[in-house]
Design a protein around this ligand. Structure first.
Ligand SMILES: Nc1ncnc2c1ncn2[C@@H]1O[C@H](COP(=O)(O)OP(=O)(O)OP(=O)(O)O)[C@@H](O)[C@H]1O
Ligand SMILES: [Mg+2]
Length: 257
């Protein structure tokens, strides 16, 4: 099972944002998507989720074009956590997380024990149990982010798309979420496609890094091959120093100031 993108183009009106993206996402692998503000990362995720319809090109899951899947079928395969999650409705945290089970519940049926198990496991992995009865609108930015990640985990899909999932989180919750999604890819055969701005987090967690520039794939490969001084300079126009430990296993990217 895999996810294949072929020559994807997308425009908002006259503004062309994705300019021919092709890529292949292997099973059980953690991908980080990085690139400057406005280069098209969120737009790409929205196309992969089927929320936006590309103007040309195709997205195949298991050799099947996602356009040909019903919304419900697609939701059993791909979950998505948006960059910002604002809901106008006063749902409780538990209601929001329970929505992750909607694709599996037949019309007029109620939740099964299996559904409830997935909901509580997702709450446990994101430390959201403590505020499950609060309104989603009464949470801090980071708590809200964790609730929406829990909803995606409850959805129990093979592909998990995350748009800057840890941008509002403290180091403890950041590590908790990153370790959880890493373990889903390593131990539970999930494919994680995660937009990150923090290049060091991408270095630490990703099996592969996809570096985008201006709606195109600049480079894709292992972190050590993509996160080079040269690539960073060429795409971000920023000079960085890359510090290495003695074995070269761990690298740390710092901007030159
Ligand atoms: N709904 C929209 N309507 C019109 N233009 C949009 C819309 N959403 C995004 N854009 C534009 O498309 C381009 C790509 O936006 P996108 O959100 O995909 O970037 P991004 O790489 O996710 O950036 P960031 O790192 O800031 O989140 C930007 O120029 C943005 O202004
Ligand atoms: Mg974005």
């Amino acid at each position: 099972m895999s996810l294949i993108i072929e020559n994807l183009h997308f425009s908002y009106g006259n503004l062309s944002v994705l300019n021919g993206i092709s890529s292949y996402f292997e099973d059980s692998t953690f991908y980080a998507i990085i690139g400057p503000n406005g280069c098209g990362k969120s737009t790409l995720l929205k196309c992969l989720y089927g929320y936006l319809d590309p103007s040309s090109g195709s997205i195949l899951i298991d050799d099947k074009n996602i356009k040909k899947m019903t919304h419900k079928k697609r939701a059993t395969k791909v979950s998505y956590v948006a960059q910002s999650n604002d809901t106008g409705f006063d749902f409780s945290v538990k209601d929001i997380i329970s929505m992750g089970r909607n694709p599996y519940i037949k019309r007029f049926a109620s939740m099964s024990e299996d559904d409830i198990h997935h909901i509580y496991t997702a709450m446990d992995k994101t430390s959201t149990l403590a505020f499950k009865d609060k309104s989603i609108n009464e949470l801090s930015g980071g708590e809200k982010q964790r609730a929406f990640i829990a909803r995606a985990l409850a959805q129990d899909t093979k592909f998990i798309l995350l748009d800057e999932p840890v941008s509002n989180l403290d180091i403890n919750h950041q590590t908790e979420i990153m370790n959880t999604v890493k373990s889903l890819s390593k131990n539970h055969k999930r494919t994680i496609i995660c937009v990150l701005h923090d290049l060091n987090l991408a270095y630490l967690y990703a099996d592969f890094v996809l570096l985008m520039d201006n709606g195109k794939v600049h480079s894709i490969g292992k972190p050590k091959n993509v996160l080079t001084k040269e690539n960073i300079k060429s795409v971000y126009k920023t000079d960085v120093t890359i510090l290495e430990d003695r074995n070269g296993d761990f690298k740390f990217i710092v901007p030159k100031i």
